[in-house]
Design a protein around this ligand. Structure first.
Ligand code: SF4
Length: 325
């Protein structure tokens, strides 16, 4: 299965800008950006960010305001501040070099188990598995089976279930723990190509092994995959790219809420106004923004200040600016 997946990756893997580097700093920036942001959008922003801050030293020396401006369009702005905080620790405590040890990496601001392992494998070539949601889905479906997937993939993913036909029983395993999934991921890594394997698994998850309606017929892992084989054996005739869409469950009330009415939208608009201002100038935010009344704007500005993303004017808390230090 590894050979088939790597052969597919060599021929058809996604060519994302940040896959061409082994610079630990550049890889850490890409991983911070790609969390909760579409990979293609992160790849665009990544190049611009590296021009502005090409090294840990440059990022550590930048003001929070400058880093937040460079993060524009990526959302989840606390990631930008965490990245800057990491740069400062790397400069002050590690002589400007990112530590190679996973436990040390996990001690850095904003770096969790996934990011630490992604940096270890992609920057330092260590044979460890980096388990994001795509990788988890591929490994669990292929090596354990759909019955084990549980909430990680969801029962409406279109994969076979116990009553679906021949082969289905093989998929009705218990859900593996995060530790077991990490062990599977670590064991799957080929020592000769750990970075390519990581990217290849991510691509299989993004291109074929989607949460709903996986495209098994086109997937290079199909002959070895428990879910893929069970789906084919079920004779449902609905595997692969010709799969008719499984009806989506009724939209939840939360999903149906227009984005413009959310606090996240409001926070983004406030931060964009602060980004557009000259450093140090206070921006007046006492008016309503969109459909959000002035009180909601004031509340959002106060929350942004608590999170270190903005400052309020001590003399007039309805005015804000990006933090300068
Ligand atoms: S064969 Fe299907 S279930 Fe298995 S990894 Fe590929 S897309 Fe996912």
């Amino acid at each position: 299965m590894r050979d088939a997946i790597l052969a597919w990756y060599d021929a058809q893997g996604r060519h994302l800008a940040f896959r061409g580097t082994t610079d630990p700093y550049a890889i850490l920036v890409s991983e911070a950006m790609a969390q909760q942001t579409q990979a293609s959008r992160a790849a665009e922003a990544w190049g611009r960010f590296l021009v502005a801050f090409p090294t840990f030293a440059a990022l550590a020396a930048a003001s929070p305001a400058d880093v937040l401006r460079a993060w524009r369009g990526l959302g989840y702005n606390r990631r930008a501040l965490a990245l800057r905080a990491t740069a400062i620790v790397v400069e002050e405590a590690h002589g400007g070099d990112l530590p190679r040890d996973i436990a040390e990496l996990e001690h850095l601001p904003g770096i969790g188990p996934y990011t630490a392992r992604a940096v270890a494998v992609l920057a330092f070539g260590q044979p460890v598995g980096a388990v994001d949601t795509n990788v988890r889905r591929v490994l669990v479906r292929s090596l354990v089976g759909d019955g084990s997937v549980g909430a990680a993939v969801g029962p409406a993913d279109g994969a076979v279930h116990a009553a679906d036909g021949p082969g289905a029983a093989a998929t009705a395993a218990r859900a593996p723990s995060p530790r077991e999934i990490q062990a599977m991921a670590d064991a799957s890594v080929p020592p000769s190509r750990p970075g390519h394997w990581t990217h290849a698994l991510m691509d299989i998850g993004a291109v074929f092994c989607k949460p709903r309606n996986p495209r098994c017929a086109d997937c290079p892992a199909l002959p070895w995959c428990r879910v893929g084989v069970a789906r084919a054996a079920s004779g449902r005739g609905d595997i692969g790219s010709a799969t008719p869409k499984t009806p989506r469950p009724a939209r939840t009330r939360e999903a149906a809420v227009p984005f413009e009415t959310t606090t996240r939208w409001l926070r983004g608009r406030i931060l964009d106004r602060l980004r557009d201002a000259v450093d140090g100038d206070w921006v007046d935010l006492r008016e309503a923004i969109g459909g959000h009344p002035a009180a909601a704007v004031a509340g959002a500005l106060a929350a942004l200040e608590r999170e270190g993303l903005a400052q309020r004017d001590p003399a007039d808390p309805a005015r804000g600016r990006l933090p300068l230090a």
